[in-house]
Design a protein around this ligand. Structure first.
Ligand code: GTQ
Length: 352
């Protein structure tokens, strides 16, 4: 509502609202401007989690509860602007998962899609439909929706990774289904690394091959650090960085040429030492992991220093500038995959 009402009309309207309330009827004109905003007004806050501190708390939980007891032993990174939601943005979830040597996080599947980004440790695995991906630092591993997955650790060290899921999106649609496999571990269906060998180099099994075992729409689920970091470094050696993004590459689903999963897109960026991005906004609130280096992110009016393994969330449409004090490598994921399908995605570069 724009113009104020005469007092008697106001009083009569208030009486009308009171009478309507028990009938679950409400006046749009009182809330329209908050519902249909000219630009996004995310309740989420920009926030940074210091890895060392989160890790201490996670290891303490590791002394108190086993992965098997917990089903998933994870500390949720909940956005302080979204209390009680378990969301890091209104649409996405993030958590830090710990698997100790000898442990298994039991096999289950659910309608939520998940990615794992390894923070530390070497040699634990995620098995997807019985195929193990052996995980090394900064590898990306997917568990697309409704695929059986268990995690285990036969290495000698604790393993911690970031879980990124579309839990709030699935909740929004009231479309959550989940089930547990009776056995803790899915029987091995194929040798570890099978789908990376078949699909990981821009090739696929010749049609009709019985080895074409993965779902056609989601053949690849392991994107090793060794490969993506080499691609990014080659790019950085060959050309100048994009002024807005730096050197940036998106992880692809080879079946579609699009984002890695239906709801979630993931990418990596390399900012050379001394480089500063131009200010940018986008409608996809984004979660970042600092893979390498030091720098600073300015998000709206807030400044966050960035150090290795820090975790940062930038809400939708908050202006962000990133400065690299040394060579800075970032991993990021967002709901851009879903927004693009829905015709919602937008971005804007501010002229500095
Ligand atoms: O590993 O399947 O952080 O189902 C939250 C829910 C991890 C998992 C989470 C999950 C998982």
């Amino acid at each position: 509502m724009t113009a104020p009402l005469p007092n008697d009309a106001r009083a009569q309207l208030d009486r009308l609202y009171e009478e309507m309330r028990p009938k679950s009827l409400y006046p749009l004109w009182e809330v329209l401007s908050a519902l249909v905003t000219p630009t996004p007004r995310s309740p989420a806050q920009a926030w940074k989690w210091d890895y060392a501190s989160a890790r201490d708390h996670l290891l303490r939980a590791g002394d108190l509860i086993s992965a098997e007891q917990a089903e998933r032993r994870v500390l949720i990174l909940e956005n302080p602007g979204l209390p009680g939601s378990s969301g890091i943005t209104p649409s996405l979830y993030a958590g830090l998962q710990l698997i100790l040597p000898g442990e298994v996080a039991p096999c289950h599947r659910h309608s939520q899609s998940a990615l794992r980004f390894v923070m530390e440790g070497d040699g634990a695995y995620t098995a997807v439909d019985g195929e193990k991906a052996v995980m090394r630092p900064f590898d990306l591993v997917l568990t697309p929706n409704w695929q059986w997955h268990d995690h285990g650790n036969h290495s000698g060290q604790p393993m911690i990774w970031l879980d990124g899921l579309d839990i709030p999106t699935v909740r929004h649609f009231d479309a959550s289904f989940a089930e547990r496999l009776e056995a803790a571990e899915h029987p091995e269906t194929v040798a570890p690394g099978d789908s990376t060998r078949r699909y990981g180099r821009n090739l696929r099994p010749l049609r009709g091959s019985t080895a074409d075992r993965r779902p056609a729409a989601q053949p690849l689920f392991h994107y090793p650090y060794a490969e993506w970091s080499a691609a990014l470094a080659d790019l950085a050696a060959a050309e100048a960085p994009d002024p807005v993004l730096g050197h940036a590459l998106e992880f692809l689903n080879p079946a579609t040429g699009g984002p890695v999963m239906p709801t979630i897109a993931a990418h990596v960026r390399l900012l050379p030492a001394g480089f500063e991005t131009r200010p940018r906004r986008s409608s996809d609130g984004t979660i970042y992991v600092v893979v390498e280096g030091r720098g600073e992110a300015k998000v709206g009016d807030e400044v966050f220093t960035l150090a290795e393994r820090d975790l940062l969330v930038v809400p939708s449409w908050r202006e962000v500038t990133i400065r690299a004090d040394s060579r800075l490598v970032l991993f990021g994921y967002s709901d851009r995959a879903a927004q693009e399908k829905l015709g919602l995605y937008r971005e804007a570069v501010t002229n500095a």
